[in-house]
Design a protein around this ligand. Sequence first.
Ligand code: FAD
Length: 282
Amino acid sequence: MADPAANFSVEFFPPRTAEGRTRLDRVHAELAALGPDFFSVTYGAGGSSKEGTRGIVLDYRAAGSELAPHISSTGRDLDVVRELLRVYRDAGIRRIVALRGDLRPAHLKTANVFYARDLVEFIRRESGDHFHIEVACYPEIHPESPGYAMEIEYFRRKVAAGANSAISQYFFNADSYFRFVEACLGVGVDLPIVPGIMPITNFARLSAFSEKCGAEIPAWLARRLTDFGDDQVGLREFGDEVVSELCERLLVGGAPGLHFYSLNLAGPVRRIWENLDLSQRR
Ligand code: FAD
């Protein structure tokens, strides 16, 4: 059984169109009925807008949900970050997800990189302990990482800068998560690490995403998903089963919650939530 304080959350990204926003409002209402601990809203992820984040955060907060806005920074836009922190604090928001954001390879080589750790330090300097700060982590290692041990070391430093808990990149191999948590404990990093969960709804999109972010689709799973071809219903049912089993294993193994990458869809999150009876598990 999961920790009694298990935390279940759902991530949205800001839609590009007015129709997308109307759809997201319906998705938010449907998922809010499940009672997640909070919704998070990405900031410029995968080329999506940064401007849209604030509006969605404030609107859904006004509708009564707990919100955790994501913030990333290049280090040259700290006035924007400062203003966001002020607006969010005034709106009663207590949780922020602090990220570096993806950089172009050229930027990585030439610029003075402003890492997530620098942003965590900035938020602490600006806002003291007002915000619970979430940071990202990568059980299968960030694509730019120089190696496993350095990944853990950089994560340790980021946490030491003032993070309260972490949300992981998604994965389909529970052992990668348990090993990562163990390695963190080995260097004294014992904050809650909530696994990020990606529902399976579309194999082509999942493959493209996974390639970019360094998440592995195990060979057996890729093969089974390929075999569904155009059978979207079969793929969906199989995907729900695989992801629900993964979540069950994680919770039974002691994961302190689950963070769902909803891709702005209610159905997959709701089905997994109901399969696992999450409302009764905290
Ligand atoms: P960092 O913790 O700064 O790490 C980035 C890389 O740099 C890692 O490989 C790390 O090992 C290495 N590193 C760290 N410190 C140093 C150092 N001092 N010297 C050399 N190398 C170092 N992106 C968005 O743009 N918007 C979002 O809203 C968003 N939300 C996300 C939510 C979650 C839960 C996750 C897992 C990712 C999200 N991302 C988002 C993607 C994220 O921004 C990218 O993965 C980005 O490339 C790394 O961000 P980070 O915060 O983990 O960076």
